[in-house]
Design a protein around this ligand. Structure first.
Ligand code: TYD
Length: 202
């Protein structure tokens, strides 16, 4: 474990990634590492303001994509890169794969446009490892239905999430070595066993 790593958690809403993220970060800390936990959209003061807008206010799909990447640029420059440079590991609840999945797959924004934004905003940075929590959409939806308040994305139909899931899997197929694919249908205990194995490989 030499260079500080940038690790991202991804998956459709209801896959359970946020629950596991805190445990994962704690496991890294127990290994003596400095770990910063952050999230997207968000992670900076401006990013959190943009998050409020993005989760509530209806807008054109391409506006949504650009705001996601605008928040991301702030996040990278203010938080992610400085942390990595001082040797702190960064664990982010979502990053650009979410834009490809939600704005690309879910909303139908052209892949080439998202790739342009990705090159613009972080040509020189990719996560070292992305944990993709994959789960059948109907199972994820069932878990979400226990939540009292659903945001603008969570209120979407099942067909939207089918496209999101597929777009995530397409990202995985493109650069499989960056990803650890996690079967999120498993019990939390089984998922922790998988996460422990992943930590051992870092
Ligand atoms: P999330 O943090 O998973 O929400 P919660 O607080 O309910 O766990 O993510 C917020 C939403 O933002 C999620 O529905 C996915 C969406 N999103 C995008 O559409 N594009 C993006 O690039 C990112 C980072 C998130």
């Amino acid at each position: 474990m030499n260079k500080a790593k940038f690790i991202t958690f991804e998956g459709v809403d209801g896959a359970g990634k946020s629950t596991h993220l805190a445990w994962f970060a704690e496991t890294l800390r127990q290994r003596g590492l400095e770990v910063l936990v952050t999230r997207e959209p968000g992670g900076t003061a401006l990013g959190e303001l943009l998050r409020e807008i993005l989760l509530r206010q209806p807008m054109h799909a391409e506006t949504e994509a650009m705001l996601m990447f605008a928040a991301r640029l702030e996040h990278i420059e203010q938080v992610i890169k400085p942390a990595l440079q001082r040797g702190t590991w960064v664990v982010s609840d979502r990053f650009s794969d979410a834009s490809f999945a939600y704005q690309g797959g879910g909303r139908g924004v052209q892949l080439s446009k998202l790739e342009q934004l990705e090159r613009w905003v972080h040509a020189d940075l990719q996560p070292d490892v992305t944990l993709l929590f994959d789960i059948p959409v109907e199972v994820a939806r069932q878990r979400l239905s226990n939540n009292a308040t659903l945001d603008r994305f969570e209120q979407e139909q099942g067909s939207f999430f089918e496209k999101v899931r597929q777009a995530y899997l397409d990202r995985y197929k493109k650069t499989p070595l960056r990803f650890a694919l996690i079967d999120a249908r498993q019990t939390p205990e089984q998922v922790k066993v998988d996460l422990t194995k992943i930590v051992a490989l870092l």
